[in-house]
Design a protein around this ligand. Structure first.
Ligand code: HEC
Ligand code: HEC
Length: 500
């Protein structure tokens, strides 16, 4: 045999460290020789073929074509009035995806205005430099993904994030696509800069702002303070916040301690602590990368693959899309009640999302060689469910990746969900899922914490950044194939992964 075949033996029977125990000397279990069987080949993920014709237009270089406003307008009214045709359901779902706030907690609208008026060089027009997609034709400089919410902060109007802020964007090839994980979104930097700039605008030396932010934002603050009218504007904002902002500047609001400001500031784009201020805070710092919504497994896929349930979110806690949506609405602090029937069009629309077909053709021979390697190298052992998603969860130690996320939702490490999230009886898993691989070619952040930028880095063809970085952002682990495969083999494997 001139090719070495390896399959992973997950966590060797005896030498398996307990969760929470440091792992001496190795961050991955040993590899053992095997052959690529027919069974393994038949489990290798392949692109999905379509059964029903598409209704909505979800990927295009022309943003207006993707937004298809005229088609979506009124679809939800029609749905609620009893028009339950597939077209109407999907269009209503797409409308919700872009424009429904769910009455969740948001960013004070006055703040967004002031930042556009005075700090646009930093944030970009409609916050484009923060990775938001400007809304064509909008007069208020509010990007797509931010909409007026029914929930206020104190008496201040707010704008809430919609699904589109994070799960829609412009892909590296220039097309806009729904379901695309917006890995350009500088979520942490956006929040940290907002909090810091309110303070620095009033006092550039304010010690309540972390020195790193004070220095980085110094030129912006200086430039804004030179403009006539700035002090009236920032003073007006301060007065509004203090008199009408409720507890906005307290622990429950968007106030961040200097240490927290730095944590937010250092988040890579496309990542965030999913459970922290200004939403529900689980008290632990974890970094989650935005997941693509393409090829979400339906109940049928779940049963075919004998999965316990849908395994949604990185730690696989979400049992179904519906329960995930209820959880999302709860985490975001919605004051309104949402029934299954209200959420059904959104769920159906999400299930319809597929990765946009590649613009440049693949080399079919390389793809097939890569598919064989995917089986023989043991990748398929863990990526054998729908669209390459795992059919079970893995211990972080087995994969070797950063373990900070183990404590998400459950800071006491007892599996019980904290902070009022214990609504569906779900339990924290403390484990990690293998993500779906569909649309892999469009991702610029990899792994659960977004610490890698490319498949070349994942397969150790290129150097990994931040391998030793702390704060939940280390890029170590998942070195499967790194030492076992030759460079040409790795390139074939990448061709295969990118065609999914
Ligand atoms: C502020 C950014 C943000 C917004 C807004 C957002 N998401 Fe997400 N979404 C994420 C992140 C980050 C994850 C990964 C979270 C984790 O597992 O820790 C995620 C995960 C998911 C998943 C799980 C996917 C999987 O394969 O496991 C689904 C489904 C989802 N989001 C749907 C939605 C829907 C629907 C909306 C709108 C109602 C929405 N999201 C709004 C950032 C966002
Ligand atoms: C022991 C199980 C296991 C094996 C073997 C395995 N993976 Fe994974 N894979 C995972 C898990 C779990 C993750 C998520 C890890 C994380 O983010 O911390 C993952 C993540 C990935 C990702 C990143 C996807 C994303 O969206 O971030 C890719 C790509 C991938 N695996 C491909 C492969 C390939 C190629 C092989 C074989 C060379 C392989 N995997 C072997 C379990 C496995």
């Amino acid at each position: 045999m001139n090719r070495r075949y390896f399959v992973l033996l997950a966590c060797m029977v005896s030498a398996c460290p307990e969760p929470g125990q440091p792992i001496d000397g190795f961050d991955q279990p040993p590899l053992v020789l095997f052959d690529a069987s027919d069974e393994a080949m038949s489990a290798v993920p392949r692109p999905w073929s379509e059964t029903s014709p598409p209704v909505t237009h979800d990927a295009d270089p022309d943003l207006l074509v993707v937004l298809e406003r005229e088609a979506l307008e009124g679809a939800c009214d029609a749905y609620r009035a009893g028009d339950h045709r597939r077209e109407t359901r999907l269009r209503c779902g797409k409308w919700m995806f872009f424009y429904e706030s769910f009455g969740t907690v948001g960013i004070p609208s006055h703040l967004l205005e002031v930042f556009q008026d005075w700090f646009q060089p930093y944030f970009g027009p409609s916050f484009a430099k923060m990775g938001f997609v400007p809304n064509p034709g909008a007069e208020d400089r509010i990007p797509l993904g931010l909409v007026p919410s029914t929930q206020r902060m104190g008496e201040m109007n707010t704008h809430a994030l919609t699904c589109a802020a994070c799960h829609f964007g412009q892909m590296p090839d220039g097309r806009y696509a729904v379901g695309y994980p917006n890995h350009q979104l500088a979520y942490g930097r956006f929040f940290a800069a907002m909090v810091a700039l309110i303070r620095l605008g009033m006092n550039p030396e304010d010690e309540a702002v972390h020195p790193v932010l004070r220095e980085a934002l110094g030129p912006e603050v200086h430039q804004a303070r030179q403009q006539p009218g700035f002090f009236i504007a920032i003073g007006g904002l301060g007065l509004n916040v203090m008199t009408r902002g409720g507890d906005i500047l307290t622990e429950g609001g968007i106030n961040l301690s200097p240490a927290e400001q730095l944590q937010f500031w250092q988040l890579r784009s496309g990542t965030m602590d999913f459970l922290t201020k200004p939403m529900t805070d689980d008290g632990v710092w974890t970094v989650s990368r935005i997941i693509s919504l393409w090829n979400l497994p339906t109940q049928e896929h779940i049963e075919d693959a004998s999965m316990p349930h849908a395994l949604l979110s990185w730690t696989g806690i979400g049992e179904s899309l519906m329960s995930f949506l209820h959880g999302f609405v709860a985490i975001s602090g919605s004051a309104e009640a949402w029934e299954d029937g209200d959420l059904a069009p959104l769920a159906e629309y999400i299930y319809s999302l597929r990765p946009p077909p590649a613009l440049d053709p693949h080399d079919p021979d390389a793809v097939e060689r890569g598919a064989t390697l995917f089986a023989s190298t043991g990748c398929v052992d863990c990526h054998d469910g729908p669209s390459g998603e795992g059919r079970e969860l893995y211990r972080f130690e087995t994969i070797g990746t950063d373990t900070a996320m183990r404590a998400i939702y459950s800071p006491d490490d007892d599996g019980k969900l904290c902070c009022g999230l214990d609504v569906n009886g779900e339990r924290a898993t403390g484990m990690i899922k293998s993500p779906r691989l569909a649309g892999q070619r469009y991702r610029t952040r990899l792994l659960h914490n977004g610490a890698l930028d490319s498949l070349e880095q994942l397969l150790c063809l290129a150097e990994r950044p931040m391998e030793d970085l702390e704060m939940a952002q280390s890029s170590k682990g998942h070195r499967f194939g790194c030492d076992e495969l030759s460079a040409p083999e790795k390139h074939d494997l990448i061709q295969y992964l990118e065609h999914l």
